[in-house]
Design a protein around this ligand. Structure first.
Ligand SMILES: Cc1ncc(C[n+]2csc(CCOP(=O)(O)OP(=O)(O)O)c2C)c(N)n1
Length: 655
């Protein structure tokens, strides 16, 4: 491997510095021209405070003369690199539309970092991470809020290792992320190099590449993006050598080609015609909507449901990009009228292989189909080295189409419009009316149940999770809201009380259940909210155990001024595990008294308000009297509405 000029220069510098430092008694002595034995210089300068090592850092007369402008500064050698390769990598990232790159610094990608910060500064924002896992988890949250990937940079080997769990979460959650790992063969630490960097995470990335030249690297960035956003969407990893990042390209004919966006595979024409006919001819069709790829897909599916007056099932309480919960056609239809055709769109089976939308086979329509699905291919189809069974719906349908639902919708809508007769339009208008009435009653029942659940333990202290949420609702009901953290550990109140009506209203769970996700995902959601620029507020109901894996994200929120309200669900425990331990001790009949060992965060108790303040964020708490919640929320929200994060620490019931 040929050594780059930079690397050779850097090694020489390090050697020289090490040699002089070894023979010197102080830093001053190690730097030529600076020394305490320079009596003349010492005598001619005013006295200065003595550094802690006892050495006075005295400038030489020549330096003083230069400072005073008496002599011209030494001539600066001309820039040696005019158009580094990493500038073109920035152009490639721009060509695919990357807007944010998040990283914790590492010399293996210093060339690219410098290019992003200086050369790419008007197009790409550099977000500072305090941990690589947080960078990838933030990208995970961003992709779910936006339906598109951002990029992360990872230091060779160790940064990739730190990121591994977050990559796995994103992979299982089918979330696209473009990750770039640096590789510097001539770097200062040989242990940060790997012959096959991606091997560390290959089991849970969709694709990886280690380009051998700049042209290959440019093509690989565009390829990486395409592969990440094409179903099955997933994280991809590019390993970029320092040589490619730093090579001089001035005078060379390398350029970034225009990016051609990938076309997604849509359902074929015959299948589309059959589904259109089934939707039109059914007496009572149902469309179950899972997670579509982008907000455009959500718009299209709303159009489809309204066009045929179907009843719609939504996964919006499980994650983003689904059918709006408050839409008049979301619900179970008119009681007593059987569903005779079900179309399922991108509904992902849960770990047990049961789809989450209540889909099921029913009687068939007079077009011969009882059920159909359009579902992107499972990751199993692209990567055999997977540790997850999660894939498409396990319920067999009469017609199962392996294609992108979002890309299939325009054709389906067009075909339905072609097939619709005036008679059918009248029938559809009638059933739409009936469904809307039935659904508004259903909605009233659901709302009453949610309020009833939220009332439990209303005046209790520690504070009940229902009240923690209910006090937020009046303050947030008119806001453009994004709930960024998983709701399953916080009683599920958020998804019952707050209407999940926008593609990003609720971002869902960790994917693979890896903790240390909620807080960084909120950073990604915060970036999307800030970029939207319309006052969107991110609400992060934050479990204490989850925050403590990488609390440095609080600094990232403060530093980048993200509109995130963090409300601590501070039950001073990893309560899920405490319950498991209690069960274990119970079945062994040994008593549960000691099960708080290793499962609680007590003695000392963590002060999250102080923690957030230390990271530069407005914070209050701990709050144990529920009457104090609303005023504290109001004060915190004033900060969030000004575009800054804030945290309210609430002492809560376990669940
Ligand atoms: C990285 C990781 N380590 C350990 C676990 C095991 N685990 C599952 S739930 C849980 C407790 C989470 O505590 P917290 O986030 O405070 O939520 P709580 O259970 O208290 O509601 C733990 C540690 C995990 N899922 N992920």
């Amino acid at each position: 491997m040929a050594k780059s000029k930079d690397a050779v220069g850097r090694r020489r510098f390090l050697k020289r510095a090490a040699a002089s430092a070894a023979g010197a008694t102080s830093l001053v002595a190690a730097i030529p021209g600076l020394g305490t034995d320079d009596a003349a210089a010492s005598a001619s300068v005013p006295s200065r405070p003595i550094a802690s090592n006892g050495v006075i850092p005295v400038p030489t007369p020549a330096q003083l003369a230069r400072d005073a402008g008496a002599v011209a500064p030494p001539s600066i050698p001309p820039r040696t690199v005019v158009r580094p390769g990493s500038d073109l990598i920035v152009d490639a990232l721009k060509s695919v539309g990357i807007q944010f790159v998040m990283a914790n610094p590492g010399s293996s990608f210093e060339g690219l970092q410098e290019s992003i910060i200086n050369y790419g500064m008007h197009d790409i924002e550099y977000i500072t991470a305090l941990h690589e896992e947080s960078a990838v988890a933030a990208a995970h949250g961003y992709a779910k809020a936006e339906g598109r990937p951002m990029a992360t940079l990872l230091h060779g080997v160790i940064g990739v290792q730190h990121a591994a769990m977050a990559i796995y979460n994103a992979y299982v959650d089918r979330v696209p992320i473009v990750m770039i790992a640096g590789l510097d063969y001539d770097g200062p630490v040989a242990a940060h190099n790997a012959i096959d960097m991606a091997a560390l995470v290959r089991g849970f990335t969709k694709w990886d590449a280690q380009p051998r030249s700049l042209s290959e690297a440019i093509a690989a960035v565009q390829r990486a993006y395409k592969i990440a956003i094409t179903p099955p969407t997933a994280p991809v990893l590019l390993t970029l050598t320092a040589e490619i990042q730093k090579e001089e390209t001035a005078g060379r004919d390398v350029a970034v080609p225009a990016f051609s966006r990938p076309t997604m595979q849509a359902a074929d024409y015959l299948a589309t015609k059959r589904i259109a006919a089934a939707l039109i001819n059914a007496q009572n069709p149902r469309i179950n909507v899972g997670r579509l790829r982008t907000p455009d897909g959500v718009k299209l599916v709303v159009e489809l449901v309204e066009l045929v007056g179907a009843q719609a099932g939504s996964s919006a309480t499980s994650g983003p990009m689904s059918f709006p919960m408050s839409h008049p056609l979301r619900g179970d239809g008119v009681v007593g009228v059987p569903v005779d055709f079900t179309l399922t769109l991108d509904v992902v089976a849960n770990a047990r292989g049961v789809d989450e939308s209540g889909a099921g086979r029913r009687a068939s329509t007079n077009s011969g189909l009882a059920s159909a699905s359009i579902q992107g291919p499972p990751l199993l189809a692209t990567n055999f080295n997977v540790n997850t069974r999660r894939s498409g719906s396990n319920t067999p349908n009469d017609l199962d189409i392996e294609a992108d639902a979002e890309a299939s919708l325009p054709g389906l809508i067009e075909e339905i419009k072609k097939q619709l007769t005036a008679d059918k339009r009248r029938l559809i208008a009638e059933r739409t009316k009936k469904s809307e009435t039935a659904h508004s009653e259903q909605r009233a029942r659901e709302w009453a149940d949610s309020i009833e659940l939220a009332r439990r333990g209303w005046n209790g202290s520690p504070i009940a999770l229902g009240r923690l949420h209910a006090e937020l609702w009046p303050l947030l009901k008119d806001e453009d809201l994004c709930c960024s953290a998983p709701a399953n550990f916080t009683g599920g109140h958020a998804t019952r009380l707050f209407p999940m009506d926008r593609p990003y209203s609720y971002l869902g769970s960790q994917g693979a259940g890896g903790m240390g996700y909620g807080a960084p995902a909120s950073v990604g959601a915060g970036l999307a909210a800030k970029k939207a620029g319309n006052g969107r507020i991110v609400v992060n109901i934050q479990c204490d155990g989850d925050l403590n894996y990488a609390p440095g994200v609080l600094w990232t929120m403060a530093h980048h001024k993200l509109p995130v309200l963090t409300v601590m669900h501070n039950n001073r425990a990893w309560h899920q595990e405490l319950m498991f331990m209690q069960f274990m001790a119970g079945v062994r009949n040994r008593g549960t008294d000691r099960m708080s060992i290793g499962t609680t965060l007590k003695n000392p108790e963590i002060d999250y308000a102080k923690m957030a303040q230390a990271y530069g964020m407005y914070a209050e708490g701990p709050i144990s009297d529920p009457k104090d919640l609303a005023p504290a929320y109001k004060r915190a929200l004033e900060h969030v509405k000004r575009g800054e994060p804030a945290l309210v620490d609430v002492l809560t019931q376990p669940r």
